[in-house]
Design a protein around this ligand. Structure first.
Ligand code: GRA
Length: 385
């Protein structure tokens, strides 16, 4: 067992930290206040190869692996939880699924531009009446001639309002249950596609929206994998995006701890630094230990994927569940330590607090993660595939 990061991984982590400290963290509160989506920063991240760690060199990636990708995601989330979602929209929920399930033509057509962030991507699973209950989605893509006709709507889709492409999950046949679900690569500029913005509590400088499909004609080569592969592609994709959600939660939680520690060592009350008070020390100790736990669960799940165990749903759920609970507690603890300054816009803690909540919701709620874990432990349904 070796817990050390290789020199190469350590260098990548430091590169991402430096980039985030210089180009992201100082501006994140301003972007939040203005609801400004910093597309130019996404493009810089794309140029630096941030989104291509799991992508083969022939499609423009660097093939560094999942652990490398998680280290970059964690460091970016430390500066901006909004921008960490880009790892999912540009790669783990789109390009990587195309690499795993697409034809050579599809890989060449979509992947290089996605990971360079020249083309903005999104993946569309959730619908107004299909959140945790994925399989109850209603969107259809009915075979018609040599293509498909797509109808329905999706909601809570990260980047939808500005996306150039979407990986859309839809039933090609509603009568045959899960075998009727398929995955489609959709040009978001097609006739019949429209989008709307959604207002939300946090993640304010990364747009989220609805997508409406009205008789959208899809060409035959829009189908990813085979007809009926939708379930396989969807759940394997969730197992990729959930781990980056875990890494994002760890990064944001670390930002909460960093800010709280700095404040504890600056602020004096009752004649001493507030870090000297045991009640604050308890908060700092809990944050530090929980973050370390969630971090290593995340690295372990990423490492397993790098060993070829891509269907590690259980270990990915451990990481995502642990990171989601950790980041919410860390944001709350940072708020308690900073008091009014945490609540003010002078420090980033108010943003951390707003951004933390979403980790208990996206990519499968905390209850869904617990359900998957408990059913596995009780022997009702094995999580790993
Ligand atoms: O037996 P079958 O042929 O009918 O197939 C079933 C099953 O074998 C079918 O799916 C198959 N399946 C899988 N296949 C491959 C299930 N899991 C896997 C897998 N890992 N790999 C239906 O399965 P089921 O178990 O009968 O389904 P269910 O009971 O309806 O639900 C299962 C469950 C609750 C776990 C699932 O629906 C689920 O995970 N729900 C949560 C949905 C979710 O995570 N949504 C996230 C949306 S994306 C998002 O949040 C983006 C945000 C962007 C960001 O910030 O990152």
């Amino acid at each position: 067992m070796d817990f050390s990061l290789s020199e190469e991984l350590q260098a990548m982590k430091e590169l991402a930290r430096g980039f985030t400290e210089e180009n992201i963290a100082p501006f994140a509160d301003k972007w939040d206040a203005e609801h400004h989506f910093p597309r130019e920063v996404m493009e810089q991240m794309g140029e630096l190869g941030f989104f291509g760690c799991t992508i083969k060199e022939e499609y423009g990636g660097a093939d560094f692996g999942y652990l490398a990708q998680m280290l970059l995601c964690e460091e970016v989330a430390r500066g901006s939880s909004s921008l960490r979602v880009a790892f999912n929209t540009q790669c783990l929920g789109t390009a990587l699924s195309i690499q795993r399930h697409g034809t050579e033509e599809q890989k060449k057509k979509w992947i290089p531009d996605l990971i360079a962030a020249k083309s903005l991507g999104c993946f569309a699973i959730s619908e107004p009446n299909a959140g945790s209950d994925t399989m109850s989605m209603k969107t259809t893509a009915i075979p018609d001639g040599d293509g498909y006709i797509l109808n329905g709507s999706k909601t809570w889709i990260s980047l939808a309002p500005v996306a150039d492409m979407a990986l859309v999950y839809a039933y090609h046949d509603k009568e045959i249950g899960s075998k009727g679900l398929s995955a489609f690569l959709v040009d978001m500029h097609s006739d019949g596609v429209s989008t709307g913005d959604l207002e939300k509590l946090g993640t304010l400088h990364f747009p989220t929206g609805e997508i409406f499909f009205e008789d959208v004609r899809l060409p035959g080569d829009a189908l990813l994998g085979k007809l009926g592969d939708g379930v396989k592609i969807l759940f394997s994709s969730l197992n990729q995006t959930r781990i980056s959600c875990a890494a994002g939660g760890v990064g944001l939680a670390q930002a909460c701890l960093d800010t709280a520690v700095k404040y504890c060592n600056e602020r004096e009350q009752f004649g001493q630094l507030v870090g000297k008070f045991q009640m604050n020390q308890e908060l700092i100790a809990k944050m530090a230990a929980e973050i370390e736990g969630a971090r290593w669960l995340t690295y372990r799940a990423a490492w397993q994927k790098d060993q070829g165990t891509l269907g590690n749903v259980l270990e990915t759920c451990y990481a995502k569940y642990s990171a989601a609970e950790t980041v919410v507690r860390a944001a709350h603890s940072a708020m308690k330590i900073l008091g009014s300054y945490g609540y003010s816009t002078e420090y980033p803690v108010a943003r951390f607090y707003r951004d933390a909540a979403v980790y208990q919701i996206v990519e499968g709620t905390v209850n869904i993660q617990k359900m998957i874990i408990a059913q596995d432990q009780l022997g009702y349904r094995k999580a790993n595939r």
